[in-house]
Design a protein around this ligand. Structure first.
Ligand code: KG4
Ligand code: ZN
Length: 343
């Protein structure tokens, strides 16, 4: 079927995202975030996120429908993120999508959140979609994954992922150590602007020769976080004033260096001259800069979707389902459940 009209629901973390697309055309993309409610805990609290999704779901769907100017009757399918993510949060979206599919008698598509991030790029907001195969680096508060995408609707391979904290989570935790508010990513990014990235040499996780054999495309940020905590503790014990800008810049440099090095390695090793970025950490100024420089040096075409499509959103889920439909893929069974550990 050509250019199906699809409503997509995303609720894997703290964003209730509803997107409506017609094929590759974006009609609406509403996002309600419960981030403010998590701020005082310094991180996303699953129970709080799930309740916020429940409250936001109905109004968000109505708002997205109104903005797109379509009726339920006109929809060709309902799509939803079924995983990975926070279980309670996912269940709210999956429940809402199934209810909507049943009530409107439309096909139901349960899709993978990470593949959805790759799907964000096919929306026509910047002309032609990226060619495949491509390497995709997805970095957010919930995930840090490196994918080889040969075909969006059937051949996506996980090359590696974080073995502990996600990159955004590391930013949030280090911000806390430095006394900066949540979410820490933007705070550290700003504080780092006035600092010296070479002031402190923080460790690059899983980058030693011995790690590179087994964990070539995996990431680890908990050791880095601990190194920052130790450095700050030592300085405090010595009665020194903490050079927040230098610590922020040096930490940011370590994260960005590892992310970009591993992504470009994958492009080189696998002979794939394309790299797509996604996830909230893509807002990071230094990540964009270093990725742009090193991709150019390696002859790799770099693609960064507009920021509203990089953070969690429903449009990417709808866009992926639209591609599945156009490729003739069958809908999911209504028996499919939310799966927080979906690979
Ligand atoms: O994709 P996203 O909006 O939501 C999920 O995590 O699901 O990503 C949010 C994460 C947070 O950890 C936040 O600190 C991080 O992205 N982030 C950043 C920046 N802006 C947001 N990290 C580094 N630099 C930034 N400028
Ligand atoms: Zn995400």
């Amino acid at each position: 079927r050509e250019n199906p009209l699809v409503l997509g629901i995303e609720s894997s973390c703290d964003e209730t995202g509803i997107g409506i697309v017609r094929g590759r055309t974006l009609l609406s993309n509403t996002i309600a975030s419960s981030m403010d409610e998590h701020a005082r805990y310094g991180g996303v609290v699953p129970e709080v996120a799930a309740r916020a999704h429940l409250e936001a779901m109905g109004p968000s769907i109505e708002a997205a429908m109104a903005e797109a100017g379509v009726t339920f009757d006109e929809l060709d399918a309902i799509a939803v993120t079924s995983g990975p993510g926070l279980s309670g949060a996912l269940m709210v979206g999956v429940g809402a999508a199934k209810a909507l599919a049943l009530a409107t008698n439309k096909p139901f598509y349960a899709v993978n959140h990470l593949v959805g991030h790759v799907g964000a790029d096919i929306l026509d907001t910047r002309g032609e979609p990226f060619d495949y195969p491509t390497i995709a680096l997805l970095v957010s508060g919930g995930h840090t994954s490196l994918l080889l995408v040969r075909d969006l609707v059937g051949d996506v391979e996980l090359l590696g992922e974080t073995i502990d904290d996600a990159a955004g989570e590391a930013f949030d935790k280090v911000a806390r150590i430095l006394g900066l508010p949540y979410p820490g990513g933007p705070q550290i990014d700003r504080a780092a602007e006035g600092g010296n990235p070479a002031a402190i040499r923080f460790p690059r996780g899983l980058s030693l020769p011995k790690d590179m054999a087994e964990h070539r495309y995996d990431f680890s940020f908990s050791g880095l976080k601990t190194a920052v905590a130790r450095w700050v503790e030592r300085a405090e014990d010595a009665g020194e004033e903490i050079p927040v800008a230098d610590v922020a810049a040096s930490f940011r440099e370590a994260v960005v260096d590892v992310l970009v090095t591993k992504a470009i390695n994958a492009c080189r090793d696998l002979g794939v001259p394309r790299l797509l970025l996604g996830g909230g950490v893509v807002a990071n100024a230094r990540l964009r800069e270093v990725a742009t420089e090193r991709a150019a040096a390696a002859g790799v075409a770099l693609r960064i979707p507009p920021f509203s499509l990089c953070t969690d959103n429903g449009a990417m889920i709808a866009a992926l389902a639209a591609q599945l439909i156009m490729a003739g893929k069958q809908p999911s069974s209504l028996g499919v459940a939310a799966d927080s550990t979906l690979p």
